[in-house]
Write a new protein. Structure first.
Length: 293
């Protein structure tokens, strides 16, 4: 079987190519073709010391240019693997199916449910397999551990255990993305709010001091944007938590989780903005909630 890998980036180097090098070494895969837009990408992949040490004698053929051209040169009923940026998955998947290729796509399959259903219908009509790849057997950390063991750095194994710990810099750290000066939003507001209303005043902020702050239109605008950004993060966080931890596993459950996140975000945003405006307008939209004593 010939394997055509579309994309020569990190996921191809760390997981896809090592996996198929191993299958090639076992005689289960014939030629491996890696397609990328730039020669430097394929050159870096071919010259990888880590792969050369782990799989001596294994190699791939480079294909520079459009992936449709690489697919057109492949006989039907071979395997195409999509390791491209997520937003390109649908077009590449349809191109592979049109070329009569079985398909393996690095997660996620596509960005929209409708696109997944289109791929399913087309694959069934053509009698082709479509799968979503996600595994860690040949992760780069596994290869590093094997190399160190072969070099005698781990001594003699008496007991082995393994666990998956994502790289601390994965996606350059979500927390870092939120908190850098160019990307700050909710956290900048929360930090400023704590600094001005708790730290400077030593926790003695009053309704009058906050109302005086809100008299400044810039201060008012900053608080409105901050409350909306914080509400947005809360809504997205709820949706992400439910999906990521398997509490919303099906497509319908994930849609409901998304709707719940939107409802929570909009509700908190609306209530927060109304409270901010109440300081500026001396208007109390939630006075009915005050319990008389």
């Amino acid at each position: 079987m010939r394997v055509t890998i579309l994309g020569g980036g990190m996921i191809t180097h760390d997981q896809i190519l090592p996996s198929f090098y191993h299958l090639q070494r076992l005689g289960l895969v014939d030629e491996i073709v890696v397609c990328a837009r730039h020669d430097r990408t394929l050159q870096a992949l071919a010259e990888s010391q880590l792969l050369q040490l782990a799989f001596p004698g294994q190699s791939f053929r480079s294909s520079i240019g459009a992936y449709r051209d690489a697919l057109a040169q492949t006989a039907p009923h071979n395997l195409a693997i999509i390791a491209l940026p997520d937003h390109l998955h649908f077009d590449a998947a349809m191109a592979a199916l049109e070329a009569g290729q079985h398909l393996l796509v690095v997660k996620p399959l596509v960005m929209k449910l409708e696109e997944a259903e289109t791929i399913e219908r087309d694959a069934l009509r053509r009698g082709l397999f479509v799968g979503v790849e996600y595994h860690k057997r040949f992760d780069d950390r596994s290869l590093l551990a094997r190399r160190k063991y072969c070099a005698g750095e781990f001594g003699e194994f008496r007991l082995g255990a393994a666990c998956l710990m994502e790289k601390w810099y994965y996606r350059h750290s979500n927390f870092q993305n939120w908190c850098t000066s160019e990307n700050s939003d909710a956290f900048a507001y929360i930090g400023w709010h704590l600094y001005t209303e708790r730290w400077i005043t030593h926790g003695r902020s009053t309704y009058a001091t906050v109302a005086a702050d809100m008299a400044n239109p810039w201060y008012l605008g900053f608080f409105v944007v901050g409350v909306l950004a914080s509400s947005f993060h809360l809504g997205v966080g709820i949706w992400n938590f439910l999906c990521k931890w398997g509490l919303a596993a099906t497509a319908r459950a994930q849609r409901v989780a998304g709707q719940l996140g939107v409802l929570v975000g909009c509700t908190f945003g609306l209530v927060g903005v109304l409270i901010i405006l109440s300081f500026r307008l001396d208007w109390h939209p939630f006075a009915w909630y005050v319990i008389s004593k």
